[in-house]
Ligand binder design. Sequence first.
Ligand code: NG6
Ligand code: CA
Length: 508
Amino acid sequence: KQTHQITGILAAGIVLSFLGSCNSQQKETSGPDPVLPNIVIINMDDLGYGDLGAYGAEGIPTPNMDYLVENGIRFTDGYAASSTCTPSRYALLTGVYPWRNSDAKILPGTAPLIIDTAQQTLPKMLKKAGYYTGIVGKWHLGLGTGQVDWNEHISPGPNEVGFDEAFILAATQDRVPTVYIENGNVAGLEADDPIRVSYEHNFEGEPTGLDNPELLKMKWHHGHNQSIVNGIPRIGYMKGGENAKWVDEDMADTFLARAQSFVREERSSPFFLYYAMQQPHVPRTPHPRFVGKTDMGPRGDVIVEADACIGAFVKTLEEEGLLESTLIIFTSDNGPVLNDGYYDNAVEKVGNHRPGGPLRGGKYSIYEAGFRVPFAVFWKGKIKPQVSDAIVCQVDLLASLAQFTGQQVTGTDSEDYLDAFLGKSNKGRETLILEGTSRTILRDGDWVMIPPYPGAVVQKQVNIEMGAAKTYQLYNLAEDPGEQHNLAEKQPDKLEDMKKKYRELRGK
Ligand code: NG6
Ligand code: CA
């Protein structure tokens, strides 16, 4: 504690002297704040552009998310770097485009860490600026170097890439190991009941979703038919660790309690908390007090549950007197999906609700709903409520927050758009490369260009338009946000111009 305070004071001193050296011209753009606020990133899992009231949803009450969005900057064109989790989170934490790292794909729970421990990261950068850093929630960036023994200290992981404290789920709620990991150790593990995990073979005597449907409280639709934990069939096999296994319905409360205690205990130094919530990813397991809160079944109910967690978290900041000194970034890792592998009525009960709002596609897709996500920056008393159409992306948080805290970053794809993130300018990115299931597209101003890709036009199991086509696609999002009118043939010059830019940026 003592050390953090001292580092905090030192950092503030550096920031002050930095400010002193600025000339009057530079002062007009955003520089480091002399008193560094706390920073919280709330990252949802698979929450779509249209899934909350502030972005147009009618059937899912989300007053607490709406409070942040409507009293902060609501970005209309805010992006995750990818339409799936691992690559998206990789970009957010490293500032590097995920397509530069061939390992940045949806990872199994046994995958090694895909962030190089020598690499620049957001939490490392903020640590240099004097922040105490923590992650609570979903990790999904790999752990260890290959063969993880879950019964020993697990390293490298979040603690080795910049987080002072980590309380995580390793991969996804539907993947083994279904245990929490606290600073590299499986929480609640008992020595006489070791955990074994495999994505190749089952362990003798262990039931599976495939062979033991009678043991299931949730049925699998595709995938998800291996080890059964809490009556839910998972991806991957696991044996042992009974006492350490999470209770899915308690996960939201468990993460919330951790996030709350983090801000309560660290209130005297600037802190950075990455609160990576698990909703509304599958399996959707609302706590009983949220069951039936919407007419949409578990998918709607877990969004309401997440909303309540955000409300409780913000209330804690308020009670601790920290709301005015905390910058909150609210976003999602990728777009929405209804049926992602379990029968949970998401499709049957969706009614008129459009999880992707007016956008085409969804999770996994290279159409807009894949990566354009809810994105808001809230800072009570400092940022005026507004709507911004600046193009912003999570990959730019590293450079922008570095600018904010007086740090330098080099050698990444991250660019400084601090003024856009603070609502002082409407100028965001001109060009952005976006990724979905190992394919990339170019956004350039109002336009998107999608190169031809092989593969299914619609991924049948999830019923999502993937964006694949035999020819180039070109859309003007200002006129056609739903990407209905392919202008590739009508506007050959524009297409050529974008192909050229794409080749330059993408390197091929
Ligand atoms: C897919 C899973 C899906 C989900 C996704 C990862 C199957 C059939 N589907 O492979 O259920 O877990 O991976 O989601 O296994 S993400 O949000 O972490 O990217
Ligand atoms: Ca996700």
